[in-house]
Design a protein around this ligand. Structure first.
Ligand SMILES: Cc1ncc(C[n+]2csc(CCO)c2C)c(N)n1
Length: 226
């Protein structure tokens, strides 16, 4: 269904709802994945957590580069500020979380500093780079929106009692706290606004990016068990 058809069925329909619907079944499989359930229950194995965090640290590195592109492409100073403030949080508090977790899980420095990238991580990095280098704010938004909104969704579904292991509890908390939710709310509104103003071909590319992201998000959780 095109966005226009989607809007015809429901005039209230948001562009980002159309993106999410177009990414099924991956959206639902990722946001209700065994990985997220075990994370919430505190039963995720240490080896699974360590494997995931090493690959995710490499992902986040490319993710920060994409935030840099979003700062460059954003059309106004208030939009640039949203990305800049978010990038500051990721490179400070979140980086500290990764380093403390690697220490606690006894992951040697060379393993997290120069990791052996899994195939899903490589595909992710390619997608983040191509969205960044596209020169298109719309494309950057479609990728960022998939990554952030899906993380907010599984984290908000976690039970309120947090696991005792800090690398699990803080990872949930980071993605369920009000400032993160506020950022995702803004990011969806920004993506709704841009999606409504671009041509049909750009909308198709945004939907393809969003869907590919969710396919990789699901595969990324799977890969932590392999
Ligand atoms: C594979 C993968 N996809 C999305 C995210 C989400 N994410 C990336 S950076 C960031 C900033 C604040 O935590 C968030 C939410 C992730 N970590 N790993």
């Amino acid at each position: 269904m095109t966005f226009e058809e989607h809007r015809d069925t429901n005039p209230e329909a948001r562009f980002t709802d159309w993106l999410r619907d177009g990414a099924e079944p991956h959206w639902t499989r990722m946001t209700t994945h065994r990985f997220a359930h075990e994370l919430g229950a505190g039963t995720l194995g240490d080896a699974v957590a360590a494997r995931y965090l090493v690959q995710d640290y490499a992902f986040v590195n490319s993710f920060v580069a994409l935030l840099g592109y979003a700062i460059a492409y954003a059309p106004s100073m208030p939009s640039k500020r949203q990305f800049a403030q978010f990038a500051a949080a990721v490179t400070a508090d979140e980086n500290d979380f990764f380093l403390r977790s690697f220490r606690e899980l006894a992951v040697p420095e060379p393993v997290w500093k120069t990791p052996e990238l899994g195939p899903v991580t490589r595909d992710f990095i390619d997608l983040l780079q191509s969205a960044g280098r596209s020169g298109s704010y719309a494309q950057a938004l479609s990728v960022l929106c998939a990554a952030e909104w899906s993380y907010l969704t599984w984290a908000k579904a976690c039970p309120p009692e947090r696991p005792r292991q800090f690398w699990l509890s803080e990872w949930i908390e980071l993605h369920a706290i009000p400032p993160f939710e506020a950022f995702v709310t803004w990011l969806r509104e920004e993506t709704d606004r841009v999606g409504a103003s671009v041509d049909d071909e750009t909308r198709r590319v945004m939907a393809a990016n969003f869907r590919r992201m969710m396919e990789l998000e699901e595969a990324f959780f799977d890969a932590a068990y392999e």
